[in-house]
Design a protein around this ligand. Structure first.
Ligand SMILES: NC(=O)c1ccc[n+]([C@@H]2O[C@H](COP(=O)([O-])OP(=O)(O)OC[C@H]3O[C@@H](n4cnc5c(N)ncnc54)[C@H](O)[C@@H]3O)[C@@H](O)[C@H]2O)c1
Length: 343
């Protein structure tokens, strides 16, 4: 009846004990299995509010339901001014909650900062494993913020990545990425978008480009077999890729309804959109031939990814005894008397 509370410190301790590599690999493998399971669960497209400053931010709620088992709800905010403002806070902040499906009781509460980044990297790793050439060696990153770290990490776990080329419109962010990615033990260097486009086998775009301010990649000079994980198109009107590039590629959304509303797919007609990632996971062989052409994973952020990442973390918390158990929701001696405990 108590709720498991996992703060930033608990998450850090758990990931530190298992190691970044093993934690990321576990989330990747569990996510691919869940995406491929036709009976897993359901998620409506997320919803939210735009908010200050200047309506550039949002707060959203993302539910995922596994009937007869559990429900995960992430509340997440996007505040692109945060890292460079006086606050020096992340762009993405959030909290995960887990509920028991039978009783509706709160099972766990968990900080969602690192888990969001890891599961977003894991989703790109799964999509790339299915849609990119297995011998991909050069990774291009456009946007060198928080998500770029876990994109590079997750892709380095599933591909023989030798070199990472990075571009960011903030020179400080591109420069500091070299230190933040040092743990990957790969050759990392800055490149302009044209050089990056010409060299990369896989590209991840993870920018906070403003609504209507894209694209962040050129539409010419890309490799014929390039696979792109478009991570930053996740608001109405906010897109990162040139339309001509999308139209020349197999476009695979994470969650079709959500991607049509706020992903790269918002600019495509229905017949220009390929299968969703779950469909590809369930029948990978049918899509192998597309690895020789251009492919795009339209990653808007699917609540299933949060559910799976939270599963992994709760299991590790139970194994290691890390985390705090608290009675958050009221537990009256008489279920019919809400005052029973308030004397
Ligand atoms: N698909 C998903 O599941 C998912 C999950 C988390 C975050 N996101 C999205 O990914 C994006 C990045 O998130 P983050 O946490 O890394 O943010 P961040 O603020 O840490 O990093 C974003 C970086 O993009 C750079 N940038 C902005 N405009 C650019 C441009 N035109 N060209 C090159 N670089 C540019 C910024 O300078 C910054 O360094 C956000 O839009 C966020 O909403 C998506």
């Amino acid at each position: 009846m108590q709720t498991l509370v996992l703060t930033q410190q608990h998450v850090g301790k758990i990931v530190g004990l298992l190691g970044r590599d093993r934690f990321t690999e576990r989330v990747i493998d569990r996510l691919q299995a869940a995406l491929g399971d036709p009976h897993h669960g359901t998620a409506p497209a997320r919803d939210g509010f735009t908010r200050c400053p200047g309506d550039s931010g949002v707060v959203e709620w993302m539910p995922y339901h596994v009937p007869d088992e559990s429900m995960t709800l992430k509340t997440v905010s996007y505040t692109p001014a945060n890292p460079t403002s006086r606050h020096r806070l992340p762009t993405i902040n959030g909290t995960l909650t887990r509920f028991d499906d039978e009783t509706g009781r709160l099972v766990a509460v968990c900080d969602a900062g690192l888990l969001t980044a890891v599961r977003t990297g894991a989703a790109s790793a799964v999509a790339s494993r299915l849609l990119a050439r297995p011998d991909s060696r050069v990774l291009g990153l456009v946007g060198a913020g928080a998500q770029a770290v876990t994109q590079a990490h997750a892709l380095s776990r599933v591909f023989p990545i030798e070199e990472i080329l990075v571009h960011d419109c903030e020179p400080d962010h591109a420069a500091s990425f070299l230190d933040r990615a040092d743990f990957l033990n790969r050759k990392v260097r800055q490149a302009d978008p044209a050089e990056l486009a010409a060299a990369a086998d896989i590209i991840c775009t993870a920018t906070t480009v403003g609504v209507g301010q894209g694209p962040v990649l050129p539409d010419e000079g890309l490799r014929d077999h390039v696979h792109i994980n478009a991570v930053g198109a996740d608001l109405v009107g906010k897109t990162e890729l040139p339309l001509s590039l999308l139209r020349s590629a197999l476009v695979v959304p994470d969650h079709l309804a959500q991607a049509r509303n706020e992903g790269e797919c918002q600019r495509l007609a229905e017949d220009e959109i390929g299968p969703d990632l779950s469909t590809v996971c369930r029948d990978p062989e049918s899509w192998v031939k597309h690895r020789e052409g251009r492919t795009v994973f339209d990653s808007t952020g699917y609540a299933l990814e949060d559910h799976v990442a939270l599963d992994v973390l709760i299991e590790l918390a139970e194994e290691t005894g890390i985390g705090e158990r608290m009675l958050i929701e009221h537990l009256p001696t008489d279920a019919l008397d809400p005052y029973a405990f308030a004397n």
